[in-house]
Design a protein around this ligand. Structure first.
Ligand SMILES: [Zn+2]
Length: 128
């Protein structure tokens, strides 16, 4: 999977191949499960803990990961989860300069920055 992504020949092809993952969620009692949580994090090449923290903060709900599933201690609709995921991608995945999704997060002097693999730009990210 990773190799396939790195071997993509041109920027435009790459951009068009990036698809926003769809959240698969289920409400169980007072909890909400994101069933494909690990898959989403892998797809975005982001730490599960970073993405989980984002959902927890944004939804004001404690969350924990078990067997690749994120459990949130709150009832949340699929629409809200999907919107939050898209906001996360916009903020923490797409390069602020060139708009490519080929970025990674790195800590520089304890501050998390987004580094673009396509254009090399560094952008500061919000602390979550
Ligand atoms: Zn860039």
């Amino acid at each position: 999977m990773k190799n396939a992504i790195e071997k993509l020949p041109t920027k435009s092809e790459h951009a068009s191949r990036f698809k926003i993952p769809q959240v698969i969620s289920e409400v169980q009692g007072q909890k909400t499960l994101i069933k494909n949580f690990s898959e989403i994090a892998q797809n975005l090449r982001r730490d599960e803990s970073h993405l989980a923290k984002y959902f927890s903060k944004e939804l004001a709900a404690p969350g924990n990961i078990q067997n690749g599933i994120l459990f949130l201690q709150k009832k949340v609709t699929h629409e809200i989860l999907q919107k939050k995921l898209e906001a996360y991608i916009k903020e923490f995945v797409f390069c602020k300069v060139c708009g490519e999704p080929d970025t990674h997060l790195e800590k520089v002097e304890r501050i998390l920055q987004m580094r673009c693999d396509a254009c090399g730009a560094r952008s500061p990210t919000r602390q979550i």
